[in-house]
Design a protein around this ligand. Sequence first.
Ligand code: FNR
Length: 343
Amino acid sequence: MNSHSHRKDEHVFIAEKLYQSESTNGLDQIKLFPNNLPEIAWDEVNITTTLAGIPIPAPFFINAMSGGSPSTAKLNEKLAAAAAATGIPMATGSESIALKLPEVESSFSIVRKEIPDGIVLGNLGADHSLEDAKRAVALLKADILEIHLNAAQEIVMPEGDRKLKWRENLKKIITNLEIPVLVKEVGFGISPRLLQQFKNLGIKYVDLSGRGGTNFAKIENQRRHAKDFPLLDNFGLSTAETLIASQPFQKEFSFTASGGIRNALDIVKCLVLGADNVGISGLFLHTVLKQDSAGLIELIEKLKYQVQSLMVLLGCHNIAELRQADFTLAPELYIFQKQLQNY
Ligand code: FNR
C-alpha cells in the first residue's frame, strides 16, 4: 500500500482510538430554557432544513472522513448505506488521493453507487486548482463540494503543506464551480476575521468545524509518537466559541456547525445558535465501526426523533423558530462573547 493510503487508514484508526463519548465542544456552557406550555403537537414539528442551500430532511449529515484505501472504501460503503437508508447527506473524505491514484477512485465512487438519489458531498483541500475541483465533483457526481481549510493539520504533519497560500485557488473555485461550495475547517474553528474575508471571496456556505471532538493535532502527534512535546493539542476555537463568534454574520452565510457533536441536544444547541445544519464525523465513525451500518441507521433515526422531541419541549415548529429560543451562556463563554465586541 502507498504512503497516502496508509495515512488514510491511520487517521481512521487513531481517530477511533482517541474517540471519547464526552466531547469538549463547549456546548455544555449553553443552557436552553424549557417551554413548559409548548402548545404544540409532536407531528406539527418540521425538522427539515438546508445544507449549502439544498433542502435536506433532517438537520444533520455524515461529514467528511473516508476513502483512499481498501479499508476506507469499505467504511465509505457502510456509511453510504446508512445515509441512503435514512435520507441524510454524506460527505466523503478528501478526494485528493484519487486525483493522483486512479486505482483508489472506486473507494470514493462507491458512495454515489450506494446513494444514487441522495445528496453527496465531495471534499478537497484549498491547495487544489479549479480543474481538480471539477474532477472531484465528476468522480462523485457531487451535489456540493466541501473545500477544507486545514492549516493547523498541515503544520502538525511533518510531510504537510508548508506553503499555505490558498486564497487564489479558493476564489477561482468559488467563482467558477457550478455547484455550491461549502468551505470547512477540520476541527479548529473559524474566526470572525476570516468570515469578513470570506464575504469578499464570495463564499456563502461555511462549516465552522470547531474544537472539541476529533482533534487532528492529537491524531498527527500520535502518528509520530510526538506525545511528549505535542504541538497544537489545544489550539483553536471550540464549537460553541466559533458559533458564538459567527453570530454577527448570520445574514451573510449559511452555517454548518460541527466538532464533537455527540447527541440530539448538541445538534439543537447548534441550531439555536444559528447553524442551519450540523455535521457529524467521530460519533458516526465510532458507531459504524462498533455496530455496522445497521447500528448507524438506528442512531440516525433516534437522533431525528430526539431532535423533534427537543423542539417540542422548546415550543418550536421549525428550525427558524429555534433561532428565537431563549438561552444563557456560562461565564466563560459569556466573557468570550463580550470580548468579541472589541474585536
Ligand atoms: C476527518 N475530517 C476530514 N475533513 C475533511 O474536510 N477532509 C477529510 O479528508 C477528513 N478526514 C477525516 C478523517 C477522519 C477519520 C475523521 C474522524 C475526520 C474532519 C471532519 O470532517 C470534521 O471536520 C472533524 O472531524 C470534526 O468533527 P467530529 O469528528 O468531531 O464530529
